[in-house]
Write a protein that binds this ligand. Sequence first.
Ligand code: FAD
Length: 401
Amino acid sequence: MTTATPPDAEPVWTNWSGKQSTATATLHHVRSEEDAAAVAGEARARGSTVRVAGSGHSHQPLVPNDGVVVDVSALSGVISVDTDAQQAWMWAGTPIYALGRPLHEAGLALINQGDIDRQLIGGAVATGTHGTGAELANLSAAVVGARIALASGELVDVTAEQHPELWQVVRQNLGAVGIVTRLALQLRSAYRLRERGSFETWAELAPTLERAVNEARHFEFFWFPTTDTAAVKFIDETDDEAEYPLATEGSRVGWNYEVLPNHRTWPHTELEYSVPLEAGPACLDAIRTLLRRDFPEMPWPVEYRSLAADDVWLSTAYERPTVTISLHQGVEVDDEPLFRAAEEVVRSFDGRPHWGKVNYLTGGDLEAIHPRWSDWWAVRDRYDPDQVFLNDYLLSIRPER
Ligand SMILES: Cc1cc2nc3c(=O)[nH]c(=O)nc-3n(C[C@H](O)[C@H](O)[C@H](O)COP(=O)(O)OP(=O)(O)OC[C@H]3O[C@@H](n4cnc5c(N)ncnc54)[C@H](O)[C@@H]3O)c2cc1C
C-alpha cells in the first residue's frame, strides 16, 4: 500500500471546524475502485483500521483512527443518467456543488439538499444529511444503489432487491461497513425556486409555526437568543425566470441548486436533534427558555427545519415526521456546557441526534431511540467481522455481544 508518513505527528487529517484531527493514521488517496477494494482488503489482512474521509464537515469523531484515512475526493463526477427513471449514478467523492449543473443539463435535480453544498455526496449520505421540507426526506432516503469496497477486498453492487439488509446499512452507513465508491440517487425533474425571507419576533412567529411548516416546499428559521427574533425563510417552486446575478440569501430566484445552498463560513460546532414533528414548537420554546435564562449572551442562532419520515434504518426521521433543531457554538468557545444543557432538553422531547453533529449519547442511549439499532449493527458486523471500519468512537457505541 502506498501511504505517506506524517512528519512530526502533524495532523494528516483535520475536519472543517478544526476540532477533530488525526496525526497517527496514514492518508491514502483512492483514485480507482480497484484501489479502494485493495486498501480495504489489505487493511484487514494487516489488522489495520480504515476510515473514509469526505469533506470533513462532521463534528463527531467519525474519521479519526490509528490506521488509514482514505480520501475519495478523486472519485468525482456524474457517471451516468437515466432520464426516464430520473436517477443518476455518481462517484461518492463528488462534492454536492458539482452535481447541480450536470444533473440540470440532463433535465434533473436533487429532490432536496442541505443548507450548504460543500460536502461530498458519500459523506452526506453516510450521516443522513438533510435540508428542510415537511414532504422532503434526507439524502440517504434518495439512495437507490451503491457500490462498496468491503473489508473482504470485494467490490459489491448493493441494491434493495439484491442485498436488502446490506442496502439498509449502506444507505446511512457512518463509514462503518466499507468504502462507498459510487451511489445511485433518485432525482426529479429540474425546478426553479423563489425564496422569501423576513424577520419576525418570536411572539409573531410562534402561533404560525405549525401552519408554516406545511405551507411552503421549504420552511426554516434561525431564532436569535439575544433579540428573541427569527430570520424566517420560505422557498417555493416557481415558473418565474431565474434572476441573475442571484440575489443574497433570502430573496433568490433560480434553479434548485442555485437557491438551496448557502455560505456558512463562520467556524463553529453544532448539535442537532430531530424531534417528532408535533413536538417541534414546544421543544423550540423549551430551548428558547434555556438559552434566555442560562446563555443570554449566546450570539449564535438556533435553526429549525422539518424533514419527512423515511424507512432508512439509522435515519433520525425513521418512521416519523420530524423537526430538526440545531444549536451552534463558536470554535473558540467550550461548547460542552451549552450542548449538554440543550441535549437534556431535546432528549426530553424524544430527540435523536444528527450523526455528523455533536452528541454525548452512549450506545445504550442510541439503542433506546433507534428501533433498528441492533439490526444495523448485526448486518454491519456480518460484513466486517474484523472491525476494519470501526474507530474508537464507533466501538464505544457498538452494542455488546
Ligand atoms: C457548515 C456546515 C453546514 C452543514 N449543513 C448541514 C445541513 O444543512 N444538513 C445536514 O443534515 N447536515 C449538515 N451538516 C453536516 C454534514 O452534512 C454532515 O456531517 C456530512 O456527513 C458531512 O459530509 P462530508 O463529506 O464532510 O463527510 P465527513 O464529515 O468527512 O464524513 C462523514 C462520514 O461519512 C463517511 N464517509 C464519507 N465518505 C464516505 C465514503 N465514500 N464511503 C464510506 N463512508 C464515507 C465518513 O467515514 C464519516 O463517517 C453541516 C456541517 C457543516 C460544518
